[in-house]
Write a protein that binds this ligand. Structure first.
Ligand SMILES: NC(=O)c1ccc[n+]([C@@H]2O[C@H](COP(=O)([O-])OP(=O)(O)OC[C@H]3O[C@@H](n4cnc5c(N)ncnc54)[C@H](O)[C@@H]3O)[C@@H](O)[C@H]2O)c1
Length: 447
């Protein structure tokens, strides 16, 4: 046997043994980043019988999870306790990465203050796990990022440790597709795209996910998988941008944009409804498209569509506040000194996630103009401190007296838990950015 063929045979054996462990569920799964993405994935693997170790740098989160508590509203404490009973534990000790056969990275990928990709979390995670990697492990990156990240940023940092990708360690990118509050889909029923650095990596990646997820969609490279996720999110951003522009045109023409969208959506082919709003929110749609525009510039391409959608979407809070100012003006009131209650702090309905919520932007603009702002959100009792915003506020209870005490109610997130009839009955003025109030009323203004 030549030295090459003996290395090849060992690596095939390493790959086959790993695939076997993944398939018979004796593999240990390490999830890095126990947030909105990592925690549900942890629970899914634990549920189907894998031993799971969770890694995070947030000691409070680790302590709460180890105490069997949840910190995400839609995840019940009993599911954490069930996982704990099946051996799940959370830790900040990255030397324990060597215990895991699979390491799945779910850390944040925000933008920096210049609105450029901030890969610092992904890179620090890679550097924290690299010293503890060993032969026969698979590493999967799930964080949304630009095409090339897995092979350009993770692979060299792993190979630097003397481990060869595709023979010693198997590297894949598999984007997350969580849709919090969507009752029709959960982790296991959302098909999962997976691309590997080599064909052996892909084979291991498919083995890793096909136990936990009903349908795995293999693609030819990590770059393809990275780009797939960006296309999905850019598709939403561009179409929401179009819906927002249509809203402004319809407003000028005295047409109800929601009625138009509902009517167009009766077309059984070639039309997908997207809805306007007060601006883009969440950790994905306002951020991810700019990972691609940044990377595209390296290739001499300056994406116009994506930037334009970003421009339209990010101008919406200002447009909404203009509508609010006009409506107050008609009632002989100024924004300065008016009490404004924002309904909904979360970035979308029925969730407790305030990340990148346009409500913050609305509150900032209103506060700058001298309004006295407060908010009500049954899912977020205390306004958390955000990277860019800090409001020392508690959620206002929706009662007839409280609603009547405000000069204006600005509906920015249409949670089902709000009593919209009560609000309509007692509010002096409602600025509705979500099309909740379908019938015209003297105290309702669409924006
Ligand atoms: N939330 C979603 O619905 C969703 C959907 C699709 C994709 N994504 C993407 O998934 C990734 C994670 O998003 P998320 O919503 O779960 O974020 P999150 O902020 O909820 O969770 C990230 C977790 O990673 C931890 N963390 C940060 N740096 C770390 C490090 N160096 N080592 C270990 N842990 C670290 C944080 O403490 C936090 O618990 C992002 O790239 C996001 O764009 C999120």
């Amino acid at each position: 046997m030549t030295p090459e063929s003996s290395t090849l045979n060992t690596s095939v054996a390493g790959k086959d043994a790993l695939v076997r462990k993944l398939t018979d569920r004796t593999a240990v799964i390490g999830i890095i980043g126990l947030g909105y993405v990592g925690l549900p994935l942890t629970l899914r693997y634990s549920d189907i019988g894998y031993k799971v170790v969770g890694f995070d740098i947030d000691d409070r989160k680790i302590a709460r999870l180890n105490a069997g508590e949840s910190y995400i509203e839609r995840i019940g404490a009993e599911t954490i306790q069930r996982a704990r009973g099946k051996g799940f534990e959370a830790t900040a000790d990255f030397s324990r990465c060597s215990e895991a056969d699979a390491l799945i990275i779910c850390v944040p990928t925000p933008l920096n203050k210049y609105r450029e990709p901030d890969l610092s979390f992904v890179i620090s995670t890679t550097e924290a796990i690299a010293p503890h990697l060993r032969k026969g492990q698979v590493v999967s990156l799930e964080s949304t990022t630009y095409p090339g990240t897995t092979d350009e940023e993770l692979a060299p940092r792993i190979e630097e440790r003397g481990l060869k990708i595709g023979t010693d360690v198997f590297l894949v990118f598999s984007p997350e597709r969580e849709d919090p509050s969507n009752p029709d889909y959960e982790t296991k029923t959302i098909p999962k795209v997976c691309g590997g650095s080599t064909s052996a990596c892909l084979e291991v990646g498919v083995a890793l996910y096909s136990q936990a997820i009903q349908k795995v969609v293999p693609v030819s490279s990590t770059k393809t998988a990275e780009m797939t996720k960006l296309l999905e999110n850019i598709h939403r951003s561009v179409n929401i941008g179009l819906a927002n522009e249509m809203k402004i045109i319809c407003d000028k023409m005295g047409i109800d944009v929601y009625e138009v969208i509902r009517a167009a959506a009766t077309k059984p082919f070639g039309f997908v409804p997207y809805y306007p709003g007060p601006g883009l929110g969440g950790h994905c749609i306002p951020i991810d498209p700019f990972y691609l525009t940044w990377k595209a510039r390296e290739y001499g391409v300056h994406p116009r569509f994506i930037e334009l959608a970003g421009e339209v979407n990010s101008s919406m809070p200002k447009w909404v506040v203009e509508k609010l100012a006009d409506a107050l003006n008609e009632r002989a009131k100024a924004v300065r000194g008016s009490r404004v209650l924002l309904l909904g702090l979360a970035y979308k309905k029925n969730v407790d996630d305030p990340r990148e919520s346009p409500t913050f932007e609305l509150m900032e603009i209103l506060r700058e103009k001298g309004a006295l702002v407060e908010y009500s959100d049954p899912h977020i009792p205390v306004c958390p401190r955000m990277r860019k915003h800090d409001f020392d506020l508690k959620s206002v209870e929706i009662t007839p007296e409280n609603i009547a005490g405000f000069d204006c109610v600005l509906l920015s997130t249409n949670h089902d838990a709000f009593d919209y009839d009560l609000i309509a009955k007692h509010a002096k003025l409602i600025i509705d950015t979500r099309g909740v109030y379908t019938r015209p009323a003297p105290n309702v203004v669409r924006a």
